[in-house]
Ligand binder design. Sequence first.
Ligand SMILES: C[S@@+](CC[C@H](N)C(=O)[O-])C[C@H]1O[C@@H](n2cnc3c(N)ncnc32)[C@H](O)[C@@H]1O
Length: 189
Amino acid sequence: MEFIIYSIYTITLILLILFNIYIYHALFSSKFGKYPPFAPTIGKRKKIILDKISEILKKSEKQITFLDAGSGTGTIIIPLAKKFPQHKFVGIEWTFYPYFISKLKSGNLKNIELIHGDMFKSNFKEVDILYCFIVENFKKPLSEKILSEMKKDSIVIANGSHFETMEIVEEVKFDKEWLSNSIYFYRLK
Ligand SMILES: C[S@@+](CC[C@H](N)C(=O)[O-])C[C@H]1O[C@@H](n2cnc3c(N)ncnc32)[C@H](O)[C@@H]1O
């Protein structure tokens, strides 16, 4: 009995320490909330995003260039790249550890390019579909960049952020989830 209690205590302590390390890392890497910290898209939200993007990619006869702006550990981009070898996938991630994990996870997939860098230093003009999961104060600079660089008819998918300067074509709501922000789909004019 004592052994079980001791084990539960030790595991809880280890999890708490790991969680604290993650929080401090997220705080520092996001410059205290100025930039989106690393947080992967998971669960129902991930499934919906993957299903919706897959629908578009499946239908397209021409090669699509998909960009995950802030690709983290590749939670979204890697399953898509595996499923659609005919399309091109680019992920940009500036925090080293998630980027490194995404590189390991992507193995030797030929249709994916993972860049360790700043999304604002990259040009979006070749991008057909842009996906992002960002924080509130990133909305203005990112939407300005999208609108000035991306082509007419390209698609933007924002997990949790509504870009007021773009017209929504679909909104998936999450009223009962802990993260209640919708997923927004836009088509550029
Ligand atoms: C909320 S996470 C989303 C990860 C992944 N896209 C997903 O949905 O699972 C946002 C990511 O953006 C990265 N990031 C923040 N600012 C960035 C920038 N300027 N350039 C590239 N990546 C950035 C963060 O390090 C973080 O990993």
